[in-house]
Design a binder for this molecule. Structure first.
Ligand SMILES: [Zn+2]
Length: 82
């Protein structure tokens, strides 16, 4: 049994208590979940990072394709004129 700080009122309460005796805020759900939640958040962050990386890769590829197309177009015009 350990003492934890109530998130609502900031008073020390038992982590065995289902709710804070001072303000009645639920305790167990808050004291058990954080590690799992953090892991979930981390996985979500990694997934989001991978998605954004894929997006930027796509953008870079599109951009380079656009530039090479534009360059070949311009060089064709250039050769026709001169
Ligand atoms: Zn409380």
């Amino acid at each position: 049994m350990a003492l934890i700080t109530c998130k609502e009122c900031g008073k020390e309460i038992s982590d065995q208590a289902a709710s804070c005796p001072h303000c009645g805020a639920p305790v167990k759900a808050a004291s058990v979940a954080p590690a799992q939640q953090q892991q979930m958040n981390y996985q979500q962050q990694v997934a989001a990072q991978q998605k954004s990386q894929q997006k930027s890769m796509m953008k870079t590829m599109l951009f380079s394709t656009l530039i090479s197309t534009a360059l070949s177009f311009v060089s064709r015009l250039f050769y026709r004129r001169w």
